[in-house]
Design a protein around this ligand. Sequence first.
Ligand code: DAT
Ligand code: MG
Length: 138
Amino acid sequence: MSAEETLILVKPDGVARGLTGEILRRIEAKGYTIADLRMVHADRELLAAHYAEHEGKPFYEPLIEFMGSGPVVAVRAQGERVIEGFRSLAGATDPTAAAPGTIRGDLGRDWGLKVQQNLVHGSDSTLSAERELGLWFA
Ligand code: DAT
Ligand code: MG
C-alpha cells in the first residue's frame, strides 16, 4: 500500500516572511517525506477551485486576494496519517488562538486582525487531498 499524501501550502505570508525553510523543517522533523515541491504564483482560477467550499462566505474575497498576493510553496507530503498529522502540526485556523508548539501558534499572529494570514494550508481529508493535489500538481 502506498503512503497517504496531503497537499501543504506555505501561504504568501510564510514565503514573504522567510519561513518556508522553518515550515519545511517541521514537516521533515516530524518524519514526513517531501515527495514534490514547487513555487507557484497562483491565479484566481486555481485559487477559486482550491477554495470552492468557502465561496460566498464573508472571508472568501479577502482570502482569495491574499492567496494571490505573492508566491506560495506547494508541497506534496507523504506518510502514514500525514493528513491528520500535518493539521496537528499546523494548529488551529486562528493563529492568535493556535496552541504554542504548532506552526500557526509559534510563528503566526493576528496581523491587522487578518485570520487568513495563518502561514499554511493542509488538506483536511483524503478526498480533499486528492482533489487539491490534482489542482496544484496537475
Ligand atoms: P483551515 O485553513 O484551518 O483548514 P478553513 O478551511 O476553515 O481553515 O478556512 C480556510 C482559510 O480561510 C483559513 O486558513 C483562513 C481563512 N479563514 C477561515 N475562517 C476565517 C475567518 N473567520 N475570518 C477570516 N479568514 C478566515
Ligand atoms: Mg481548510
